[in-house]
Design a protein. Structure first.
Lengths: 414, 227
């Protein structure tokens, strides 16, 4: 197989037949390029979808207390609802709820958004304060850089523990280690137990988390909660809907609002949204893969055609070679070696161009929908080898036929 | 050198078959210079192709240098064509994308001779046919006579003991034809057995013996005349 002289002969033939070579190579390279490009784009769409949901758990559901919009049990519309700790306990005991947190919206914060004055020594600024259960960790998708998140001990003992965002740390502590240090939030001292960061969302990093039990005690919360937040494991949308309906029904029963009231307990479910987008993007990805495979198939057919025509065109050459002593084996090997060499070279070129184009797309297109388009290199190589095999087979059959023909018949071929 | 014994050859044309060679018998001794003559369609080219193992025959016996040539494996046939027989064709059959030198050297490629060595040897043979200066030209850049000289050099490079020429001057003018025949005569002088197919009596005259074919039969062996 490996003979330098045979390679020289093959390379020589390739060099002297530029048009045929170019046609074969373009056909193969294009097929691989389109496949790689489309597969990569499909991956990019998928990544984009996941990125869009990165801020929250994809299986998260949020139920917030609101104003009633339907008269019920003698009550008029517009009644402001407030959930409380017993709602939390009841939800806790409900089947299908994986992680659960209540959130208390602290009143009297500056700008009404829970933003509170935060001080350390002479330094002061306002940051958002979220009063939550430790399980909120599973809903907010934060990364703990230092220390820890809130835990059950913080809740049970109503500790004045606080987890601060990276910008908060940088502002208050500079390069100092903040864990164990004290800061003053809304006039109440809190001890820093951890620092969190959140990829791609500096806004949400300018925030702090405190135990909801502590907040209720320190900021006139009694046992009030403004929102229940939960995850539902790997429940499908129908199951998630059932769990949500159950929770809303429980709340309606305790707080005397219509279970059908669309406003009273407002539900935001990522499960349904994610599922809907997933289905859409899966369709797009599948479509893209089908087109890619179609292009590849066209490439295979193209290569086969070109090889067949090339062998036909070379019938006379084969006759001459046989007349001066070429064995059928050497004729077949010559053609296959040429076919494999060309398709391999062109296939790898297409693969490289495809990967390069994906890289170009990644840096050129700044879209939420396409993130980090890339391709599993194994798939690309597999497609390339498939095409090489197709090229070899496409060359083999006509080559074998040509090699079997009486040299004199081959020589007569015009 | 070679012996034919009641060799028959048919060509299938549609439903019926054409009997192109009928009971061909003759012997060619080593070192002979033989012309095979006949009108077009007499089967002379087919005969030459069978002698050169380029084509097969349907019945009879063909013995080349003591070896029966029948149902030879492709590899064996290739070996004979490469080492024992040299071909010269009317239409030259040079590879158009290779230079004169590379065309001449090609049989040595199939003998496994290294590139450098075979190009060296090919240059010697080109020199012998007077085309040393044309080594780097492709066939398209050469005249018919030059192309035939290249083809002759190619047929000689494998050091064959038998040269088969099928209308070697058929595509050439009379002056060039004579030059080519002189060249073949010189080659014959070195002891190589030579068979030339032609329909031109002038060419046949330059040989030692003429076998005449008509309608697939040997009309005149030429040997009787010599005897």
């Amino acid at each position: 197989m490996f003979s330098l002289d045979r390679w020289m002969e093959v390379l020589d033939t390739i060099r002297r037949n530029k048009l045929r070579t170019a046609l074969t190579m373009i056909s193969v390279a294009w097929g691989i390029f389109v496949l790689v490009f489309l597969l990569g784009l499909g991956r990019g769409l998928d990544n984009g979808l996941r990125h869009a949901f990165r801020r929250e758990a994809t299986n998260g559901i949020w139920i917030s207390a609101n104003k009633t919009s339907v008269p019920y049990a003698g009550y008029d519309v517009g009644r402001k609802l407030v959930f409380d700790n017993r709602d939390y306990d009841r939800a806790r005991a409900t089947a299908g709820v994986e992680h659960l947190s209540g959130q208390y919206f602290i009143k009297g914060g500056q700008f009404g958004g829970g933003e509170m004055k935060t001080q350390r020594g002479a330094k002061a600024n306002t940051f958002a304060v979220n009063a939550v259960h430790p399980d909120a960790y599973y809903l907010v998708n934060v990364t703990i850089d230092q220390g820890r998140f809130l835990d059950s001990g913080d809740m049970a003992q109503k500790r004045k523990s606080i987890v601060i965002g990276r910008p908060v740390r940088d502002f208050l502590f500079g390069k100092e280690d903040p864990t164990g240090q004290w800061i003053v939030v809304g006039g109440v001292p809190f001890q820093v137990v951890g620092v969190f960061s959140k990829e791609g969302s500096e806004e949400e990093e300018r925030a702090m988390y405190i135990p909801v039990a502590t907040a209720q005690l320190a900021f006139h919360g009694v046992d009030h909660l403004g929102m229940l937040e939960l995850t539902v494991g790997d429940a499908n949308p129908a199951e998630a809907k059932a769990i949500t309906d159950k929770l809303v029904a429980q709340l309606a029963e305790r707080h005397n609002f219509a279970p059908t009231d669309p406003q009273a307990a407002r539900v935001h479910s990522n499960v349904e949204q994610f599922e809907r987008f997933s289905a859409l993007f899966f369709m797009i990805s599948a479509f893209v893969v089908v087109i890619g495979l179609g292009t590849l198939a066209a490439g295979v057919v193209g290569v086969s055609n070109i090889m067949m025509i090339a062998v036909k065109e070379r019938t006379k050459e084969i006759g001459v070679r046989k007349a001066i002593g070429a064995t059928p084996g050497s004729v077949i090997m010559m053609i296959i070696q040429e076919a494999v060499f060309l398709t391999a070279l062109a296939g790898l070129t297409g693969l490289s161009l495809g990967v390069a184009a994906l890289g170009g797309i990644d840096s050129a297109v700044d879209s939420e929908f396409i993130k980090n388009p890339s391709i599993d290199l194994r798939i690309g190589l597999l497609a390339t080898f498939g095409l090489i095999l197709a090229g070899a087979l496409a060359g083999y059959f006509p080559a074998r036929a040509a090699a079997r023909v009486n040299p004199i018949h081959a020589l007569r071929d015009q | 050198m070679l012996r034919l014994d009641k060799v028959n050859k048919f060509y299938k044309v549609g439903t019926h078959s054409l009997h192109v060679l009928r009971d061909i018998d003759f012997v060619v001794d080593t070192g002979e210079f033989v012309a095979i003559m006949g009108a077009s369609g007499s089967g002379k080219s087919t005969l030459l192709n069978i002698l050169g193992i380029l084509d097969d025959y349907d019945s009879g016996d063909y013995t080349l240098d003591g070896t029966p040539i029948k149902n030879l494996s492709e590899a064996k046939a290739a070996h004979y064509r490469n080492r024992f027989i040299g071909f010269v064709f009317q239409s030259f059959n040079l590879l158009p994308f290779k230079t004169a030198l590379e065309n001449v050297a090609l049989p040595l490629y199939y003998q496994g001779v290294t590139r450098r060595k075979r190009n060296q040897i090919a240059m010697q043979y080109l020199d012998r046919v007077g085309l040393k200066d044309w080594a780097d030209h492709t066939p398209a850049e050469m005249s018919g006579g030059q192309k035939q000289r290249v083809a002759i050099a190619r047929s000689l490079i494998g050091k064959p003991r038998l040269i088969l020429a099928d209308e070697p001057t058929g595509a050439l003018d009379s002056e060039t034809s004579m030059e080519i025949m002189n060249l073949l005569g010189e080659i014959h002088q070195t002891g190589i057995t030579m068979l030339v197919v032609t329909h031109d009596p002038e060419i046949a005259k330059r040989t030692q013996r003429t076998i005449r074919l008509k309608d697939g039969r040997v009309l005149d062996d030429g040997r009787i005349k010599a005897a």
